[in-house]
Design a protein around this ligand. Structure first.
Ligand code: IMP
Ligand code: ZN
Length: 347
């Protein structure tokens, strides 16, 4: 098997993918066409260049976050959102993904409410089981720039949908510009979600803020996103690093995203290696495959080439990721699938 085929065929689980950041150029073109056919004014001229962020891009982190407005303008009504979700699920499956936890922030728009937003994605995920082999779930996102009242509203909706669609809704997460808002103000709402049975993942340590990182670690979420500035070498402290090593909270690692947003200077100095060596569970993820022009198989390939992992280590990385999916009943079948791949290729 040549190496591209290996990464494509390796059964992969994707646990950190934001819907509106995952729209590929092909999906965006399809959405533009859909809007044109519906007679909706197009405000996204030259959107490809504006939407994508590559290495060496001069945009700062705050400017990077503005690019999501372009995707949002293309997913502002239920039909367009359904189309975006459906095309994105297909792309993850085509990339050899066998389990996906898609995450998205519900928005009120002139054409839909937050509840309609969530139910539109749920409907497409449910329908996907008829034509895709990939299992898909939904994590409801809270943007940390939102007022607490809105975060509470989102938690209530997420709990309502979790009760109504327990096979689809699995968790809640905190994301958005790390410079905005304060983690501690979201704690009561997150605890309510946790009490209701939702799993929790937090974007943590995208910028150097050891105090907040420690609060997040002590909250003991089920997983962390990024975990960039936790080790003292990357802006964390001895305490943040030793706490993570003790708690062993699984970290969703997004290499290209971190390099392109300059949270990490280059692939070689990415904290993946520190986490891996310290036996903190790591899960390779894409974050925003559309914005950063990547794919899950590409992220595995970059990681393996950068840190010289063997095929056996790579397959075990994918196998290990299955332990940390939020859907408890998906763990065993995913595990079996990976063990089957490992056996078939004598890894
Ligand atoms: P959406 O939730 O489907 O609309 O996906 C886009 C949103 O995900 C953005 O508006 C951000 O709030 C969030 N997001 C995407 N990438 C990142 C990241 O790297 N850090 C923090 N938040 C992110
Ligand atoms: Zn993210």
């Amino acid at each position: 098997m040549n190496s591209d085929t290996f990464f494509l065929e390796l059964p992969k689980v994707e646990l950190h993918a934001h819907l509106n950041g995952s729209l590929s150029p092909a999906t965006m073109l399809e959405l533009k066409r859909f809007h044109a056919d519906s007679g909706i004014e197009d405000k996204t001229n030259a959107f490809f260049d504006e939407f994508q962020i590559g290495a060496g891009d001069s945009r700062n982190l705050a400017e990077c976050f503005q690019v999501f407005n372009i995707a949002h303008s293309l997913t502002s009504n239920p039909k367009a959102l359904a189309l975006a979700t459906s095309l994105t699920l297909q792309e993850f499956q085509d990339d050899g993904c066998c389990y996906l936890e898609l995450r998205s922030t519900p928005r009120d728009t002139p054409q839909m409410t937050k509840l309609q937003y969530i139910e539109t994605i749920i409907d497409i995920i449910q329908k996907s089981s008829l034509h895709l082999t990939m299992i898909s779930k939904l994590i409801v996102s809270i943007n940390r720039k939102l007022p607490i009242s809105e975060a509470e509203e989102i938690v209530k909706l997420a709990i309502e949908c979790y009760k109504k669609y327990p096979d689809v809704v699995v968790g809640i997460e905190l994301s958005g510009d790390p410079m905005a808002g304060e983690f501690k103000s979201f704690v009561p709402a997150l605890l309510e979600a946790k009490e209701a049975g939702l799993k929790i993942t937090l974007h943590c340590g995208e910028i150097c803020n050891p105090e907040e990182i420690l609060e997040m670690l002590k909250f003991k979420p089920d997983r962390l996103g990024h975990g960039t500035c936790i080790h003292p070498k990357y802006g964390g402290t001895e305490e943040t690093w030793s706490t993570l090593c003790k708690l062993k909270i699984p970290v969703e690692v997004c290499l290209t995203s971190n390099v392109n947003t300059k949270s990490t200077p280059d692939y070689e100095s990415h904290h993946f290696k520190l986490l891996y060596d310290a036996e903190v569970p790591v899960i390779i993820c894409t974050d925003d495959k559309g914005v950063f022009s990547t794919s899950l198989s590409r992220e595995y390939q970059i990681c393996v080439n950068t840190f010289s992992l063997t095929s056996s280590q790579t397959a075990r990385l994918a196998l290990n990721a299955c332990q940390y999916v939020f859907a408890d009943n998906a763990r065993k079948p995913l595990n079996d699938k990976l063990l089957n791949f490992i056996g078939k290729h004598s890894l």
